[in-house]
Design a binder for this molecule. Structure first.
Ligand code: TRP
Length: 456
């Protein structure tokens, strides 16, 4: 490590509330409002929801706890953390793969955020003032098929998150994420009330809560597991990096469980807000990624003062996305800052410029590059699929092997109990057992089965 970063005390989260806000801010994002409803819609509803919650408990949460423990012990960026706690072996590759994954995820994530940001202005200027889903569909297609709009909005998003990241961990990330989370809850509740009171809303609830397992395939299980990684921001070093900013007295398992519960709750609330409306308007639930951008505006325009609520809703969706993007961008920035000695400002600007380049392939996936396919997918779809269904599970598998076996149960126990200061020995032992024996085996099987390598 370069000496420049060891002269000053390392930046970090300052309060317990700040830790929760930042970590929850990372977990809650477009994953809840955009990815979860679209995947649930295309994978048969309730059956998918059940699989997703199960994966969150047996896969996502244990990986999250492992990452936070590793990060807090090492007090370093993702690459250095695994290198430091597993010296003499190439465990640092987990962190290196994480930095790569951060790029791929941000490449498409910043584009979806770009649509959200653009929608704030479209909504504010009356461009979406219709309760006719056909018209909102036209507005959405107009946006995503315009190369200029797609690129410029993505650059605006990149500039916005860069400014916050440059401000630092406590003054940027923590301060920003402590705000508007409660407001997001309030707005979701308002949409839910509207959605549930639409005639024909019951069909949407049945879809979300009455399981039909006949739709479940190996690919469905892999998608549910991929979502559980994506939702909790685990498998690529985000939580390792955030763990390195945790206070020494923070209860890691308790924090992780709270964040997991808050995150699952927001996903389910988003489902309740969206599916009844989808069914009430006679839409098919399997529209995929466009659900948020076509259905939600129509829902808002069906209620009094809907235009104003819609502006507020997309502002809040943008802020949810912001907390998540900050945690993604922090991974390469912390690495460049601590390993190569770049200043935070240079590291952030450098990363963002490279992202603008890589991300443009995702931004143009509905316009200039719509016919450019790799493995049968556009860049946008490829980045999305490869990160959730490949990189995060593989990363999560190695994180479990590292934490449970290489770094080891004894060290993990020390970190998760704050050297015995917390009285959580039973739950800690349970999680360590899961990390060692259950999660890696499960991830391995689901991964190979989902990719068609083995057939169960
Ligand atoms: N969890 C965020 C969401 O649901 C996305 C996210 C942030 C993420 N950081 C991550 C996903 C790290 C994977 C890895 O929107």
């Amino acid at each position: 490590m370069k000496s420049s970063s060891s002269l000053k005390p390392r930046d970090g989260f300052t309060t317990g509330l700040g830790v929760i806000a930042a970590t929850l801010g990372s977990a809650i994002g477009l994953g809840n409002i955009w990815k979860f409803p679209s995947l649930t819609g295309t994978n048969g509803g309730a059956a998918f929801l059940i699989l997703y919650v199960a994966c969150t408990l047996i896969v996502g949460l244990p990986v999250m706890i492992s990452e936070l423990a590793v990060g807090r012990r090492a007090r370093a960026n993702a690459v250095t953390s695994y290198g430091k706690l597993g010296p003499g072996q190439p465990w640092w590759l987990i962190g290196a793969a994480g930095v790569l994954a951060a790029f791929l995820i941000l490449a498409f994530y910043t584009e979806v955020a770009a649509w959200v940001f653009a929608y704030i202005f479209k909504a504010a200027t009356g461009g979406l003032a219709t309760n006719d889903p056909v018209v909102t569909a036209q507005a959405f297609n107009g946006l995503i098929t315009s190369p200029v709009q797609s690129l410029v909005w993505q650059w605006i998003v990149l500039a916005f998150i860069s400014v916050i990241i440059i401000a630092g961990v406590s003054k940027g990330i923590e301060r920003m994420t402590k705000r508007l989370m409660p407001a997001l809850f309030v707005l979701l509740l308002i949409v839910i009330v509207r959605s549930l009171t639409l005639p024909g809303a019951g069909a949407g609830l049945a879809f979300l809560f009455k399981p039909d397992f006949s739709k479940v395939t190996a690919a469905t299980v892999l998608a549910a597991m991929g979502l559980s990684f994506f939702k909790l921001s685990v498998g690529m070093g985000t939580m390792t990096t955030y763990g390195s900013y945790f206070r020494a007295d923070q209860d890691i398992p308790g924090t992780a469980i709270r964040v997991m519960l808050g995150d699952v709750l927001v996903s389910i609330l988003a489902g309740i807000a969206i599916f009844p409306a989808v069914f009430a308007f006679g839409f098919k639930p399997d529209a995929g990624p466009s659900l948020l951008f076509i259905t939600i505006p129509a829902v808002f325009n069906s209620m009094p003062l809907g235009g104003a609520f819609m502006v507020l809703f997309f502002i809040l969706a943008a802020i949810a996305a912001t907390g998540a993007m900050l945690s993604l961008l922090e991974v390469p920035v912390a690495f460049l800052n601590e390993r190569l000695g770049w200043s935070r400002t240079v590291a952030t600007i450098g990363t963002s410029l490279l992202l603008a380049l890589v991300g443009s392939t995702a931004a143009l996936s509905s316009s200039l590059l719509a016919d450019t396919k790799l493995f049968g997918k556009t860049f946008f779809d490829l980045f999305d699929f490869a990160s959730s269904n490949l990189l995060l599970p593989v990363g999560g598998l190695f994180i479990c092997l590292f934490a449970g076996w290489r770094w080891g149960a004894a060290e993990m126990r020390r970190e998760l109990t704050n050297s015995g200061a917390l009285t959580n020995a039973r739950i800690v032992n349970l999680f360590i057992g899961i990390v060692k024996f259950v999660t890696p085996v499960l991830v391995f099987i689901v991964l190979l089965n989902g990719l068609g390598v083995i057939k169960l």
